[in-house]
Design a protein around this ligand. Structure first.
Ligand code: GLC
Length: 569
């Protein structure tokens, strides 16, 4: 046997060091993640589609749930039941008197319409199925990041095959030789997207992948590899099928991604250095350096890889590197990216020109560079991970995806996670407004917009990536709400989405300070808006789904947030 086998038990939360993987974790205190492991393991030997749903959230006794969740349950309204599968098993509506929301059936239909087949097999979902739009642009492709909510919806609905096909197809694409002009890209790079070409005459299908070479601005899809690993864990956790992750090709795929992001360079920080536009925000938006979205996904992917890697000779070497990096990364993020009222006040009073061994102001941030808006925005209660930290530069903007993933991956401590939810509540109008959720806050305008975006006409203030509102983020905030025991916040956000999304034709994004207007150039029937809604609904109805996309805190990683202590110690 190649070392210790990764088992489902090894996936029970925490950053399991090598020795812990495979050990059964028996505890009388049942956390939500342990509970869903329990639920899932019970389901393993049965075909999931025909399974009657486990007790719904409101039917469970509070004692079955973690204290955090129970806190949120006090305000939790009775659940309505969209059902595991509207098309296949509309069973859940019989369990209580609440009919599924009419949008759910429409969403499933639209999601199925977006399926892309390769040689007869479904391998992904198209980014947007917008017939009314004249320009297809590249929205007829399967984007790796866009497929994640689709994949989760299919997994939650007991349809894992498409997810498996997608993981294997993208793995094959990773193996392609990738060149841009005369430059050969790293072996581990995963594509941003791929397209299936059907030749009706020859009756053949071919695939073309985009690794950034045809993307606007040739941006590097750094997030793709991370999402791929996160999805592999979600698939494994949901199905209990270890054979896919243990397959030598998947192990190699993971190692190739990890080689790219764990390689040593000239850097002095454990965070990952990136160019602009390397993630969901795939245009120039001043997020070069160490953007929160990538750091949070990096952290989560490392934690997922830790439980998926086999303990063979090659795997062990990576496991050691991951464990070291995770410790440094979590320390760095929790200490230097975290901002709350106290921290802001400290930075405001910073001295400059200190040498680093004794410096309190480690990055020599000049207090005058703190933007005015942040003083008003910062509530007394609440906090968040800021957008970016590098020498003399703190990007104070709020980014939704990075903060939600920080909660789900437990990069945020439980206190920080609660504080992020507090901030969302306190700044509801700014961050949620009339359509969840702002991709970032605030928008950049005028001269700053000219300089930072290069006068990008798509990213004008409060539009698209520049303060636009993206319905896809609903699933992430819902997951974060459930994890922090605040489902009532998710309920509020879903209500807002339900009042508009179907009527407006599932737009890609909304514009305006409150997110009231359908985005200037937004696609309609955007698949991840549709899938994101379904995932949010299914998770709220049955929170045991959360385990697929959430990791419990690792108790070994002590949060040390004393700014005066050196981060090297
Ligand atoms: C836009 C978004 C990107 C998304 C793509 C396909 O380029 O910025 O995040 O993956 O559209 O929907």
């Amino acid at each position: 046997m190649d070392g210790v086998k990764v088992t489902l038990d090894g996936m029970r939360g925490g950053i399991e060091g090598p020795k812990e993987v495979g050990l059964k974790n028996v505890s009388s205190h049942c956390s939500i993640s342990e509970m869903d492991d329990y639920d899932l393991s019970k389901l393993l030997d049965k075909p999931r589609l025909n399974i009657k749903r486990e007790k719904s959230f409101d039917e469970r006794s509070l004692s079955e749930l973690s204290i955090g969740l129970a806190r949120g349950l006090e305000n939790y309204e009775s659940s309505y039941s969209p059902g595991r599968s509207v098309l296949d098993t509309p069973a859940s509506s019989a369990r209580n008197s609440f009919e599924p929301h009419p949008m759910v059936a429409d969403a499933w239909e639209a999601l199925r319409r977006s399926l892309v087949h390769f040689r007869g097999q479904p391998v992904g979902t198209i980014a947007a199925y917008d017939h009314a739009s004249e320009e297809v642009l590249n929205y007829d492709q399967v984007f790796v990041r866009d497929f994640v909510p689709s994949a989760l919806a299919f997994l939650m609905n007991g349809e894992p095959d498409i997810v498996k096909n997608f993981l294997l197809k993208t793995l094959q694409l990773q193996g392609w030789e990738k060149r841009i002009d005369r430059f050969k890209l790293g072996e581990g790079v995963m594509p941003a997207s791929f397209k299936v070409l059907h030749d009706p005459v020859r009756k053949t299908d071919t695939i073309i992948a985009d690794f950034g070479e045809t993307a606007i601005g040739r941006v590097a899809p750094v997030d793709s590899g991370f999402w791929w690993i996160i999805l592999l864990r979600a698939y494994t956790k949901s199905t209990g099928d270890l054979s896919l992750a243990e397959n030598p090709e998947c192990q190699k795929g993971m190692r190739l991604i990890l080689s790219l992001c764990l390689s040593e360079g000239f850097d002095t920080f454990p965070t990952l250095l990136c160019a602009d536009g390397c993630s969901m925000i795939d245009r120039r938006m001043g997020i070069y350096g160490y953007p929160i979205e990538i750091q949070a996904l990096f952290f989560m992917a490392l934690r997922c890889a830790l439980v998926l890697l086999k303990h063979d000779t090659e795997g062990k070497e990576f496991i050691e590197r991951i464990v070291k990096r995770l410790h440094a990364l979590s320390y760095h993020m929790r200490s230097y990216f975290w901002l709350d009222f106290q921290q802001l006040n400290d930075i405001y009073r910073y001295k400059t020109e200190e040498y680093s061994h004794t410096a309190v102001n480690k990055f020599n941030v000049i207090p005058d560079s703190i933007p005015e808006w942040v003083f008003d925005f910062m509530p007394t209660r609440g906090g968040y991970f800021i957008g970016n930290v590098s020498p003399a530069r703190m990007d104070f903007r709020w980014f939704a995806l990075g903060n939600c993933i920080a909660i789900l991956s437990s990069l945020a401590t439980p206190e920080q996670s609660s504080a992020i939810m507090d901030l969302i509540e306190e700044r509801w109008e700014e961050l949620v407004g009339e359509m969840p959720l702002k991709i970032c806050y605030p928008a950049i305008e005028s001269h700053e917009w000219q300089i930072v975006t290069g006068c990008d006409p798509k990213n004008t203030r409060w539009s698209y990536h520049n303060g636009g509102s993206w319905p896809v983020l609903l699933w992430m905030v819902t997951a974060a709400c459930i994890k922090t025991g605040r489902p009532q916040i998710a309920r509020r956000a879903i209500d807002l989405a339900e009042s508009r999304l179907l009527k407006d034709g599932w737009p890609e994004y909304y514009d305006g300070k409150l997110g009231r207007y359908i985005g200037k150039q937004a696609r309609k029937h955007q698949t991840w808006s549709i899938a994101g809604y379904l995932v949010a609904k299914m998770m709220l109805e049955d929170p045991s789904h959360l385990g697929m996309i959430s990791l419990e805190e690792d108790k070994q990683m002590k949060p040390v947030i004393k700014r005066s202590s050196s981060w090297t110690c």
